[in-house]
Design a binder for this molecule. Structure first.
Ligand SMILES: C[S@@+](CC[C@H](N)C(=O)[O-])C[C@H]1O[C@@H](n2cnc3c(N)ncnc32)[C@H](O)[C@@H]1O
Length: 270
């Protein structure tokens, strides 16, 4: 979109953005060796960047520890392993969160990955060198247009929404979250993280209008959703410094002073 310079959220080298935990997952799951790792990451990221020019790709955020850094990670894992329920990753991108769960023993046969951009998911097989081992079902869809009845009937253990819901305006987030509720059942966990602002507000981005939340506005959205869907959710939301996700100070320079992240874990009670 004219007037938006996406180069501010592009860093050529991964450098310290590659944390120990991400490195271990990459090496362990992909079978890459140390020497191959950096050129491999460069080559994959170069192909991913034009497919949306998202900060999560330009700033290497798709390789941050993500859910692994949540204090609730053990609970997320236990939830993901319940019975034969499904883990659904919304706006999965390259699918690193599903690989994280796979490394920790969640069967990939019980995973669904959904994204409007199939080429990112395809690149994920190259990134993790696991075509043939990663059995997650991929659903190419615009989540906002998806009729929940088009998905196979299954109990969702965990829905991941990592750097996803904030892509949309307030109204569209309301629609997206109600759709998540439609897909859920009592016991379903929704987990994710996204950029926020201390003063919640909208931003125009190349992909459309976004709404950046703070804790209070995210809770307000969920109050509405619970009323309209007649469901009850236990809600944990944390406002965090973006450095806690592993972001570098220089990667935050294009953001306003009141930047932050919000991490959330919700469980449907009724
Ligand atoms: C910022 S990236 C986050 C990717 C990944 N979850 C992560 O944390 O690295 C947003 C992802 O959402 C996908 N996306 C954007 N709009 C979508 C929509 N309406 N329906 C489904 N996926 C969408 C994009 O293609 C992209 O892969």
């Amino acid at each position: 979109m004219a007037g938006i310079d996406t180069s501010v959220w592009f860093r050529r080298e991964i450098g310290p953005r590659l944390t120990l935990s991400a490195r271990e997952i990459l090496l362990q799951w992909s079978g890459l060796d140390e020497k191959e790792l950096l050129p491999h990451l460069d080559a994959i990221r170069a192909q991913a960047w034009p497919l949306g020019e998202y900060p999560c790709i330009g700033l290497w955020m798709f390789l941050l520890p993500g859910l692994a850094a949540f204090p609730q990670f053990a609970q997320i894992l236990a939830h993901a392993k319940r019975g034969d329920g499904i883990v659904l990753d919304l706006g999965c991108g390259l699918g690193q969160d599903l690989r994280l769960l796979a490394v920790h023993g969640v069967p990939t046969t019980q995973m669904w990955a959904l994204d409007v951009e199939e080429r990112l998911w395809e690149l994920g097989y190259d990134l993790f060198r696991d075509r043939g081992r990663m059995a997650a079902a991929f659903i190419q869809a615009d989540f906002l247009q998806l009729a929940p009845t088009t998905l196979p009937a299954a109990k969702l253990n965990v829905v991941i929404a990592a750097q996803f819901l904030h892509l949309f305006s307030w109204e569209k987030q309301l629609e997206a979250v109600k759709k998540i509720v439609d897909l859920s059942s009592p016991g379903t966990m929704l987990v994710g993280y996204q950029q926020g602002r201390q003063r919640a507000r909208e931003y125009l981005r190349p992909w459309g209008m976004m709404f950046y939340h703070n804790r209070e506005s995210f809770l307000r959205l969920w109050d509405l959703v619970q009323q309209e869907t007649r469901t009850n959710w236990t809600i944990e939301i944390q406002e965090v410094r973006l450095q806690e996700w592993g972001m570098q100070d220089q990667d935050l320079e294009w953001m306003p002073e009141d930047r932050m992240g919000i991490n959330f874990v919700l469980i449907r009670d009724l």
